[in-house]
Design a binder for this molecule. Structure first.
Ligand SMILES: O=C(O)CCC(=O)/C=C/C=C(\O)C(=O)O
Ligand SMILES: [Fe+2]
Length: 312
């Protein structure tokens, strides 16, 4: 067993807009560092913690966690569409191990995933089917959310299972950091949005374009300081990154969903994927963060972070 980790922000704007060249170059350089780390590690298997943005999971039935035995990317925001290469026997064993650890994760024999899960695979491997991947959904946009303690325990249970494999496993955590993109909230949704949040699976091309255009327009306005969404919170982001780097992950147990949203936006809950991923790595021993990139990027509506880590 050897474990390594990459956690990174994703953004719906990443593949459909062109930010100023200096910003794009900066992000590309951070991605290149992560890609080199992964190339050097040369994983046999990838386990990915990622959110969904009402493409695969809806309020009709919203689990806090779900392990995919098979998975299909819907191809939103210019991301690659199609099946992942999921080693189903490992996904099943992992699900059993997680349930045996008293973490009641759902499973899916056909998990639909979106840019949140797909972008790290594209950035790190060039394509979604390049490596065997077990996808784990962590609900990060649809309240109520699992507690941070529970997310930590999920990560630990996954890591304890991965330790038993005779394979090099790359753990990915996708999302965060502070950001408040215009994802509809069930509490304030219009009738049309409510129908989408309930079960908006497989929208028409026109409906998908309208959803996406709204986010693209908001990002353009946000970059000019004109959007009606919460500001990024670099201070919150840096505090989160410092705790992650310290290894004192239980400290995050006290972070409540209400406080997180108030300080860092409704999509700050995506850091749950980082918390699960880092705890999975920590199950193998004390770790060190080997690279860290952070920059608040309004053009991507993201406190944008990329980190790599390995066991000491
Ligand atoms: O389609 C919608 O209305 C949802 C918008 C959406 O998908 C936004 C996604 C935002 C992120 O992935 C993010 O900033 O992390
Ligand atoms: Fe997201």
């Amino acid at each position: 067993m050897t474990l390594a980790l990459v956690c990174m922000s994703h953004s719906p704007l990443l593949e459909v807009t062109a930010p100023p060249e200096e910003i794009q170059d900066d992000v590309d350089a951070a991605f290149a560092v992560a890609r080199k780390f992964v190339e050097d590690f040369d994983p046999d298997l990838v386990v990915s913690f990622a959110p969904d943005h009402y493409n695969g999971f809806f309020y009709e039935l919203m689990p806090p966690f779900c392990i995919g035995y098979e998975a299909l990317s819907v191809g939103d925001y210019g991301s690659e569409e199609g099946p992942l290469n999921v080693p189903t026997h490992i996904a099943k064993d992992l699900a059993q191990a997680v349930i045996d650890a008293d973490l009641d994760a759902a499973i899916s024999l056909k998990m639909e995933i979106d840019h949140g899960a797909v972008q790290p695979l594209e950035v790190l491997f060039g394509s979604i089917a390049a490596k065997p991947v077990v996808p784990i959904f962590v609900n990060s946009v649809a309240p109520p959310f699992a507690s941070m303690r529970r997310v930590r325990q999920l990560g630990t249970a996954v890591g304890n299972y991965l330790k038993t494999l005779d394979q090099k496993v790359l753990i990915i955590g996708s999302g965060g950091l502070s950001h408040d993109p215009p994802v509809p909230q069930i509490a304030t949704a219009t009738t049309e949005q409510k129908a989408m949040l309930l079960n908006g699976r497989h929208p028409t091309a026109a409906a998908r374009n309208a959803r996406q255009q709204r986010v693209i327009d908001t990002a353009a306005a946000f970059a000019k300081g004109e959007a009606n969404i919460m500001d990024l919170n670099p201070e919150w982001d840096r505090e989160f990154l410092a705790i992650i780097a310290s290894g004192d992950l239980e400290k995050l147990d006290t972070w409540t969903a209400t406080e997180m949203a108030a300080a860092a936006g409704n999509s700050a809950h995506e850091v749950r994927n980082w918390v699960a991923a880092y705890n999975a790595l920590a199950a193998a021993g004390d770790y060190r963060v080997t690279s860290e990139y952070y920059r608040p990027i309004p053009e991507f509506i993201a406190g944008f972070g990329v980190t790599t880590a390995m066991v000491k």
